[in-house]
Design a protein around this ligand. Sequence first.
Ligand code: DAH
Length: 339
Amino acid sequence: MREQLEKIKASAVAEIASANQLKDIEEIRVKYLGKKGELTAILKQMGSLSAEERPQMGQLVNSVKSELDCEIARCAERLKESAMQAKLLEETLDITMPAKKRTVGGLHPINVVTNDLIDIFQSMGFDVVDGPEVETDYYNFEALNVPADHPARDMQDTFFLNPNLLLRSQTSATQIRTMENRKPPIKIVCPGRVFRADEVDATHSPVFHQMEGLVVDKGITLCDLKGVLEQFAREIYGEDTKVKFRPSFFPFTEPSVEVDVSCSECGGKGCRVCKGSGWIEILGAGLVHPNVLRGCGIDPEEYSGFAFGIGIDRLAITRYKISDIRLLFENDLRFLEQF
Ligand code: DAH
């Protein structure tokens, strides 16, 4: 029996030493120490021993058992450790690899200019309001003193969704919405997209941008308009900028003016940007027509106001010397990345 034990022990130890995987170790444990294991079988034979031999053998079997337990545990530990090492090695992070490039977007030049305009007018106390791009005929034309048969409609032919609904041809529509919703004093600007059924070329696009301005209060005159627009022109184009008012016509203002600024590129001498004239036309403006005020429930005897409409795309084009308005709408990254 003693010999048998020694043999079992020797072969178990050898097997443990050559185990490569955790599952081998488990098999070895079952083979020797399991219910039907070899060592367990020896224990079962103890009954046939004499009373003197039994405790000695019992001790021996137990010590072999605990030795094997120990060996197995140690080996399992070792295998677990090396499995972990292998896994770690496989999952190694190469921190020297270049990171994925993250591209950060920027503002479109139209938005840059719009934000600048908003800053300037907000600093003069104007609120910023918004208006719908799909408008009714009433807000876009009728209420702005442009009845159905008015020839001024020709210049602003736009896209109709039905005879009464259209894509707004001018941000001036928000003048009416504002006067209907607010009581004077009113001092607002409204930037936004406008639409016209224009043929596309280097200076025309069926979609473009305007910023409308409206001030209504007691005693507002053309002087107030001039003061605000001169301040605006100086902030956009520089301190030395000269402003010129030319008489013009808009159905919703009386008198009406068109406003030019001295060319910031050549200082007024004449160049490619100003097409030789020394001046750049930037906006239309005027004193709000009494019919328009009256239509919004504001008494023109008590209140007066001025309004203006700035062409934002025009401003962006002259500021950045962009040669073709279409570039603003193509969304070509090679163009947009320059701003
Ligand atoms: N809405 C005009 C246009 O699109 C521009 C304009 C002119 C706006 C005079 C105004 C204004 O508010 O008073 O051509």
